[in-house]
Design a protein around this ligand. Structure first.
Ligand code: AMP
Length: 397
């Protein structure tokens, strides 16, 4: 079956067409600047050159029409419309309602709407993507795959904040966690690479990308994760603060006569390694270059980032009463031997050692721990689209 995977943001839409039998990507692409001047669709059909078409995209309906046109046109199209058997949608927030992927119907759409106040930037955009697809492909089954679902196994002691319990009861204020599709995929794949069943392993997954999060996966089930009510909590990220004292918000508001929205913007867009590096960059390639050439801000940012990851690994080792394997994934985790090295070289306290030669790996499954290491260290490239396609196929076949 050919599965179309859609990841719809407020002004962008990423897509992949995946063959469920071979798990090959038949075409992948991106619609950018939807509803803004200068919109374009960029896509790469399997085995062909990248195509870029600058064309007006007033809304997501038009973007979906262009995706379908890109996939089915006579010139470089890869399928007939009727061959698309199902559509899988990435949905950011499923609240407590969704513990796994589901076939989309009116009730599911209503439930996604109901939790939209928990992800006001993302869920409405995800819903627009669902509706636009329903318009163009009314008889094709669709599946919702939630970023939060994998973390729904967290116990109460891990997901509750130390806030008055009534706020959880009234508004659902608790830790939900994100990147769940990635943490789930990587933890399963790491177990496969180690030749073990997930039920036998205490694992820590470090998803280190522009957004970054860590999860503790005990026996295949998530028992803790670093992101919270929103994806702002936890690790220091590209431009996000991660954990801070909430009083910082009021403090900056008073000092800079700023609004809540302005401070929220600072915490999300001007902070993290970007802010700590004197705005050198949020990209770890630039930060590594800066670190190695003696840029003080780059060193400060990378050291703080690494320290926070190590701290979470320590905390999750304690939470699970031990750890058997630590997997690194996402842009930094898959590609930066430099950052992995800085992290792993601080893990002697759990008996972990790094194989420096193996750690040179880029973007492929690899065990990078030394032969004497008490904890397996791995690089596992994430593949959220494939995980979405697998769930979609399982529910629609
Ligand atoms: P992601 O959010 O998973 O797409 O990760 C994007 C981030 O990965 C970029 O901002 C970079 O910081 C980082 N990244 C990508 N490639 C490399 C690389 N070769 N070396 C170091 N960092 C990289």
């Amino acid at each position: 079956m050919k599965i179309l995977v859609i990841n719809c943001g407020s002004s962008s839409l990423k897509f992949q067409l995946i063959d469920s039998d071979s798990e090959a990507v038949i075409c992948k692409g991106l619609c950018e600047r939807i509803g803004i001047d200068g919109s374009q669709i960029v896509y790469t059909p399997e085995g062909k050159d990248k195509v870029t078409k600058v064309t007006p995209m007033p809304d997501h309906n038009r973007a979906i029409e262009l995706v379908i046109e890109a996939l089915t046109n006579a010139e470089d199209g890869v399928v007939k419309l009727e061959e698309i058997g199902a559509v899988g949608h990435r949905i950011v927030h499923g609240g407590e309602k969704f513990t796994k992927s589901v076939v989309i119907n009116d009730e599911v759409i209503k439930a996604i709407e109901d939790v939209s106040d928990l992800a006001p930037l993302h869920n409405p955009a995800n819903l627009i993507g669902i509706r636009a697809c329903q318009k163009v492909m009314p008889s094709v089954p669709m599946v919702a795959v939630f970023d939060t679902a994998f973390h729904q196994t967290m116990p109460e002691e891990a997901y509750l904040y130390g806030l008055h319990y009534s706020y959880y009861e009234k508004y659902g204020i608790r830790r939900y966690g994100f990147h769940g599709t990635s943490h789930s995929y990587v933890s399963k794949r790491a177990a496969e690479v180690l030749g073990k069943d997930p039920s036998e392993l205490k694992m820590i997954v470090c998803h280190l990308g522009n957004g970054a999060s860590v999860s503790a996966v005990n026996g295949g089930k998530c028992v803790d994760t670093s992101m919270g009510l929103t994806p702002l909590e936890g690790l220091i990220m590209g431009t996000r603060t991660g954990d801070i004292d909430p009083s910082v918000v009021e403090f900056i508001m008073k000092k800079e006569n700023a609004s809540v929205a302005e401070v929220t913007n600072i915490l999300n867009k001007k902070s993290g390694v970007f802010g700590l590096s004197d705005e050198l960059s949020s990209d770890f390639r630039d930060l590594q270059a800066g670190y190695e050439s003696g840029h003080k801000g780059a060193k400060r940012a990378v050291d703080a980032f690494v320290y926070r990851v190590v701290k979470y690994i320590g905390a999750y080792t304690a939470a699970m009463g031990g750890v058997d394997a630590i997997a690194f994934t996402a842009g930094v985790g898959e590609n930066s031997g430099f950052v992995r090295g800085l992290i792993c070289n601080r893990l002697g306290f759990i008996g972990a050692t790094l194989d420096d030669e193996a750690n040179k790996v880029h973007g492929e499954d690899k065990i990078i721990s030394g032969a004497d290491s008490k904890v397996k260290l791995l690089v596992i490239p994430t593949n959220e689209e494939l995980a979405i396609a697998r769930d979609t196929y399982a529910l629609c076949k």
